[in-house]
Ligand binder design. Structure first.
Ligand SMILES: CC(=O)N[C@H]1[C@@H](OP(=O)(O)OP(=O)(O)OC[C@H]2O[C@@H](n3ccc(=O)[nH]c3=O)[C@H](O)[C@@H]2O)O[C@H](CO)[C@@H](O)[C@@H]1O
Ligand SMILES: C=C(OP(=O)(O)O)C(=O)O
Length: 438
């Protein structure tokens, strides 16, 4: 795909699009298939780059993957994984964050694992210290190697008791994927409880795992000897749905997102309504629209679930440039997720970033040198510009800004958006967007 898009903005996006399975679940469910003794079938799989990357990694390890892209089905057969070698895996270094989740399943199957350096969005340092601490507590030996880490489990992995300093999504998934086949009981305090994690628990339970989730972020797992394959339909992508909702709001449009589901979006829907957007939920999806009149400024803090998700923040900020008054956004999950606003300022938005915690409560980044709060003053008309996609959600935000701005913008590096937005150009066309590729 060509990496430059000419976007002719200033027109409302109107129409219907469909979202399929969640990027942040599907990739993990694919890894879970490595734990089964029999094949797994995953449905509602979107055609996005992160899925292709994980498919490639699984195949390198010997998993036979049959994909029906149109139907959105993957059949994952791990029967030959015992003969797979760990060489060549570093070909995938820097592609996504998922390789770190191969540790537990590979240690259980092969007794060793080589994990290439991770990719993913550069929205902060994104350390993996929680992951490595967890693996060590299960009894894994971790060695730093050029371009990655090598792990081994001289004895079988042993269940353990762990408290996370912060409810990390990836670390919680690391623990789940490792504990289900470890000896004995594992207890995790301070767990993340995002809907995508709950769906991973659904998958693992279908495979034969015993997992209970308490109301106070405590997850308890009784290790079992053997897991089978699963058949599962992914929950829908609430980040993609919210991104299109923000596009409807910013451009003054009306988008029906088929596949969007209310329970996973409650917090987003409350915020969308406070800003002045309207929505209608039915059994098939959610219609998001700008009802006319002024949008309202808000005060917003990103947080772990059930708070306002950090991945919803970047697209919504573009809509906030069109709201009347001062909006305050305090990013508490990542220390460096406001880099994308420079381009918006270049397009005419009035946004100031601050190192202080401007939300209602201090966060982990408050006494440090991170610009993690933003004040957005609106409404400001946006004008067309040449912009470069910085990361996945920041890139989608730039696309929304270009669609909101009058005139023709050049958006470079758009292939990054493929990592999490299925067929986004077809969807833009369906919504009446005017754009062309170089
Ligand atoms: C592929 C995927 O599912 N990505 C999602 C996942 O990322 P990911 O799983 O990487 O995010 P985490 O929840 O782990 O990160 C949250 C915070 O914990 C910190 N941290 C994390 C791990 C660690 O070992 N040490 C540490 O300090 C991170 O730097 C960050 O500040 O959850 C994030 C929070 O909902 C989302 O924005 C990402 O879209
Ligand atoms: C931060 C994100 O993804 P990743 O963790 O894969 O970089 C995201 O989906 O917005």
């Amino acid at each position: 795909m060509n990496d430059l898009l000419y976007v002719n903005g200033g027109n409302p996006l109107r129409g219907e699009i469909t979202v399929r399975g969640a990027k942040n679940f599907v990739s993990k469910a694919m890894v879970a298939a490595l734990l089964g003794e029999t094949p797994s079938v995953l449905r509602n799989v979107p055609q996005i780059r992160d899925v292709a990357v994980v498919k490639g990694l699984l195949e390198l390890h010997g998993v036979r993957v049959e994909a029906d892209d149109a139907a959105g089905t993957l059949r994952l057969d791990p029967s030959d994984v015992e003969i797979a070698h760990v060489a060549d895996i570093d070909a995938h270094a820097g592609s996504s964050r998922i390789p770190i989740l191969f540790c537990g399943p590979l240690l259980h199957r092969l007794g060793e694992a080589f994990i290439p350096d991770l990719g993913g969005c550069r929205i902060g340092d994104r350390p993996i210290n929680y992951h490595l601490d967890i693996l060590r507590q299960f009894g894994a030996v971790v060695e730093k190697r050029p371009q990655g880490i090598y792990l081994s489990a001289p004895r079988r992995l042993q269940g353990t008791k762990i408290a996370l300093p912060y409810p990390s999504v990836g670390a919680t998934e690391q623990l789940l994927l490792t504990a289900v086949r470890a000896d004995g009981i594992t207890e995790l305090a301070g767990a993340a409880i995002e809907p995508e994690i709950m769906d991973l628990i659904n998958v693992l339970q279908k495979m034969g795992a015993i997992i209970s989730v308490d109301t106070d972020r405590v997850i308890r797992i009784e290790g079992v000897e053997r897991l089978e394959g699963y058949q599962h339909t992914s929950l829908s992508d609430r980040i993609e749905a919210a991104s299109w909702a923000s596009a409807a709001l910013a451009t003054g449009g009306d988008i029906y997102v088929r596949g969007a589901t209310q329970p996973e979006m409650t917090t987003f829907l409350n915020t969308f309504r406070k800003v002045g957007g309207e929505f209608a939920v039915d059994d098939e999806g959610i219609r998001f629209y700008h009802p006319g009149g002024d949008l309202r400024s808000i005060q917003l803090e990103t947080d772990v679930h059930p708070g306002f998700m950090t991945d919803w923040q970047q697209p919504l900020v573009v809509a906030l440039t069109q709201a009347k008054g001062l909006s305050i956004v305090h990013e508490t999950v990542y220390e460096n997720r406001f880099g994308f606003v420079d381009a918006l300022v270049g397009m005419g938005a009035t946004i100031q970033v601050y190192k202080e915690c401007l939300g209602g409560r201090p966060c982990r980044f408050g006494q440090r040198n991170f610009y993690h709060s933003a004040v957005i003053s609106g409404p400001t008309p946006l004008s067309a510009a040449d912009i470069e996609v910085p990361d996945l959600r920041g890139g989608f935000s730039h696309l929304i800004a270009a669609l909101t701005a009058k005139g023709t913008s050049q958006v470079r590096g758009i292939s990054l958006i493929d990592r999490g937005y299925e067929h986004f150009m077809d969807k833009l066309s369906a919504l009446g967007a005017e754009f062309s590729r170089d």
